[in-house]
Ligand binder design. Structure first.
Ligand code: BMA
Length: 317
């Protein structure tokens, strides 16, 4: 019998909707000899442990994905060798670069989605694992350029559903969140718009899906990053939206205020200043949520919220 895991959680001392872990960041610079900076990473519960697929920017500055594990969801040991992905025919799938992973379990299979370099052009890579030892590459669901591929944690009306952000070559910021469906995880279609950048300055340049959406009776809660352009570069904040359970292209509500914006030193200072980039959540049976987010493209940090608080702010209860 698997032991029941206690997700990392600290109670809120004020009235924030999302609040930070008091001992942030949880992964500091140079977490091992191979990785200079780990950030924008995904953590799930597996086999009585917390396991993660971590973005690791190496000394060549090329990012790859690395496996890591932890007993408490806070202190992680990250492998020095990147994850190898195998094609169905047993050959190794060539990884040019890989970043911003998300991991979600659907019916006992763990799916990894990440931004995958293909001849220099990023698009979404999709792979699966049953045990975090052997990883099978499934498909490239979308044409380049695309980022922030995020699978829903269950099929919707009998089909897998994935959010993503088609974009241009990266020269001009552009970013709307779309949803696409697939019966087999290989062929994707029925694409439709979910949300565009918002009117408010913090989310007016682009938006991108964060962790896999959280199912509630009122809809899917989607944490997302909202980006603004300033004279000193872009600023990445965290907001939330509520999507219809049966048709998540329908946005029931979204926050007009950011819920977390770069304020602490580890968010405002680093390789890329002013970035809070959520990639994973753990949710317990009482609706407590641990959010793993990348800070300043340098650290992994942790923040907390609850399903009730998010629904309250979204539904203005
Ligand atoms: C985006 C992605 C993220 C990164 C962010 C800020 O375009 O590349 O990985 O955190 O920029 O640099």
């Amino acid at each position: 019998m698997e032991k029941e895991l206690k997700i990392p959680f600290e109670e809120c001392k004020g009235d924030s909707v999302i609040w930070r872990y008091s001992k942030n960041p949880i992964i500091k610079r140079n977490p091992n000899e191979r990785i200079a900076r780990s950030f924008n990473s995904a953590v799930v519960e597996y086999n009585g442990k917390f396991v993660g697929v971590f973005r690791g920017d190496t000394h060549s500055t090329i990012p790859y994905l690395f496996y890591g594990e932890s007993e408490d969801g806070i202190n992680f040991i990250i492998n020095k060798e990147p994850i190898l992905f195998y094609n169905e025919d047993g050959s190794i799938h060539n990884i040019e670069y890989a970043y911003d992973p998300r991991v979600v379990e659907i019916d006992g299979v763990f799916y990894i989605q990440w931004c995958n370099g293909q001849v220099g052009a990023p698009t979404i890579g999709l792979a699966k694992t049953l045990d975090f030892k052997k990883y099978t590459f499934i498909s490239s669901p979308f044409l380049p350029f695309n980022r922030n591929g995020v699978l829903f944690p269950r099929k919707i009306n009998g089909e897998f559903a994935m959010l993503s952000r088609p974009s241009d070559g990266g020269h001009t910021p552009f970013g709307d969140i779309y949803i696409s469906y697939s019966k087999d995880l290989v062929y994707w279609g029925k694409h439709s718009l979910v949300m565009k950048p918002g009117w408010e300055w913090w989310q007016s340049t682009k938006v991108g899906a964060g962790p896999s959406p959280i199912e509630t009776k009122d809809g899917w809660i989607l944490l997302y990053h909202g980006v603004t352009k300033t004279c000193a570069g872009m600023v990445y904040s965290i907001g939330a939206a509520l999507l219809d359970l049966n048709d998540p292209s329908k946005v029931i509500a979204r926050t007009s205020n950011y819920l977390l914006t770069p304020e602490e030193d580890y968010e405002t200072t680093g390789f890329v200043p002013n970035v809070c980039f959520p990639c994973a959540t753990l949710v317990d049976k009482d609706g407590r949520i641990a959010i793993y987010y990348g800070a300043a493209d340098t650290y992994v940090a942790l923040a907390f919220t609850t399903v009730d608080k998010l629904l309250k702010v979204l539904l203005k209860k």
